[in-house]
Write a protein that binds this ligand. Sequence first.
Ligand code: FES
Length: 171
Amino acid sequence: MHSTKPSHSKAAVVFTPEMMAQVEHFTKQYPAGKQKSAIIPLLHIVQKKYGWVSVEAQDKVAELLQLQPIEVYEVATFYTMFHLHPVGQYVLEVCRTGPCMIVGAEDICKYLENKLGIKEGEITADGLFTWRTVECLGACGYAPMMQVGDNFHEYLTPEKMDKLIGDWRNK
Ligand code: FES
């Protein structure tokens, strides 16, 4: 899937020709009558473009796949990887499960709250950051850790967080 900078806006959901080409690519991979299997890839297409998946976007996915909207809502609300509200350009997902918690995940969250000046789930004024907690991401041996986009950041410390945040701010 192409990685374009998401708009993160509340603008109306429009499937661009490029998005429609991706929709076609994914829907063709499933036999007739099994289009429901393309829900997740199509939600990813929307999230890559807009940064989150609104109800309106979920309705459009349902329309494109000729499904009932509830069939898409069920999937979008089940997986925490789909953002159901607007988020910052960088979503810092800090693991809060046991192994990460006992080596400082809570301190990392407090650090983020102070450093970014936002509570969990909020967006910084510059639109750059949101942080949230998530369950185990399968990298317990590298705790404490977080996921940002497609990347894991491990053995987190305040110094590491400062460096990462500084780099993202300067991009
Ligand atoms: S507990 Fe944090 S990655 Fe598993």
